[in-house]
Design a protein around this ligand. Structure first.
Ligand code: ADP
Length: 326
């Protein structure tokens, strides 16, 4: 929806799970908006901080020394109160009282739904995809994914070395409660023998056991399984596999280390472009859009259309992963 109203003041928040590169996005929003004559308020701790009015005035210097840092300088939170009807109305009232002409939301799918709810309450919004999970339908890229997969991959390579030396089976659990992108990418890139993703829920443990036995026969000295958080149960799976195959089996759960750390060049660059684009659109009076990267270009979609889109992990790519593990 294009809105002709001149935007003079915006607010920016990060919400939901943090992702490396969120700071580069905040910095770009702030600096580009200020260049365009728009003032910026930072909302701390996502929608929760909006409801409790935890605001900080942002200037070019308040985002200094942040582009290389992981996490989010505005901090993030999850808010149950915001999800209620009263919460949404209260949040919209606070935006009006503070004369926020638009709110920039950097977060995942849940945060987008929160932004959509604010737009329904008459508060213009602009969304940026900030999630390590890559699970936002309208975009091929999300801020933080590249750093997260590279962080996970470094750890996986290390476990693979020791697993190979000891002729072990290793199950490494990576993040992704509902989405298997981190597991698929890390599995292919680390040369894993099996990749378990939530989208392919009905996996057969006996198939993995048979695969381990066959691989041993074909001369493989280790067996690496990348398991997504959404499947989980890595430790008990390790016990069952060891009992069934006789191969020493260990589980490693990578956990929160995948969220942290300095963002990669790609995450910093894309977050910077997307943040600046958000500010540019707002300066033109365009609101209720989500910034995306699609087919090699930075583009924007209407928020309602974006949230109606569906994304499925590529079965073809999953099959390739299997073929390469032989
Ligand atoms: P992410 O943005 O990383 O997917 P969440 O799903 O936890 O993270 O969402 C972050 C916050 O967005 C929630 O704590 C809540 O305040 C808000 N939110 C999520 N879903 C909705 C919804 N359907 N309506 C309104 N607000 C929502």
């Amino acid at each position: 929806m294009a809105d002709s109203k001149k935007i003079k003041k915006i607010a920016v928040l990060t919400s939901g799970g943090d992702a490396p590169g969120m700071n580069a996005a905040i910095r770009a929003v702030v600096r580009k908006a200020i260049v365009d004559g728009i003032s910026v308020t930072g909302i701390q701790k996502g929608y929760q901080g909006l409801l409790s009015e935890e605001f900080v005035e942002m200037g070019p210097r308040s985002v200094s020394d942040s582009v290389q840092k992981g996490g989010t300088i505005l901090r993030t939170a999850r808010s149950e109160e915001f999800k209620t009807d009263e919460g949404k109305k209260k949040a919209a009232g606070i935006c009006r009282k503070n004369k926020f002409d638009a709110v920039v939301v950097i977060g995942g799918d849940g945060s987008y739904r929160g932004a959509q709810a604010l737009s329904v309450e008459g508060i213009p919004v602009m969304c940026l995809p900030g999630t390590i999970d890559l699970d936002i339908a309208c975009t091929d890229y999300t801020i933080g994914f590249d750093t997260a997969v590279n962080t996970a991959l470094q750890a996986i390579d290390k476990v693979r070395d020791t697993s190979s030396s000891h002729e072990r089976c290793s199950i490494i659990e990576v993040m992704g409660r509902n989405a298997g992108y981190i597991a698929l990418w890390c599995g292919v890139a680390s040369g894993a023998e099996d990749i378990l993703i939530p989208e392919n829920y009905n996996f057969d443990e006996q198939e993995i056991i048979n695969h381990i036995i066959e691989s041993r026969k074909s001369g493989k000295t280790h067996h690496l399984i990348i398991n997504a958080e959404g499947i989980g149960h890595s430790t008990s799976m390790a016990r069952r596999i060891e009992a069934a195959t006789g191969m020493e089996t260990r589980a490693t759960i990578l956990g929160y280390m995948q969220r942290g750390g300095s963002p990669t060049c790609k995450d910093r660059y894309y977050a910077s472009m997307m943040g600046a684009m958000a500010a540019d659109l707002l300066a033109k009076g365009t609101v209720n859009r989500v910034i995306s990267y699609k087919n090699g270009e930075f583009v924007d979609f209407d928020i309602d259309e974006a949230l109606a889109m569906k994304k499925e992990i590529s079965t073809y790519q999953y099959e390739i992963a299997k073929a390469l593990s032989k």
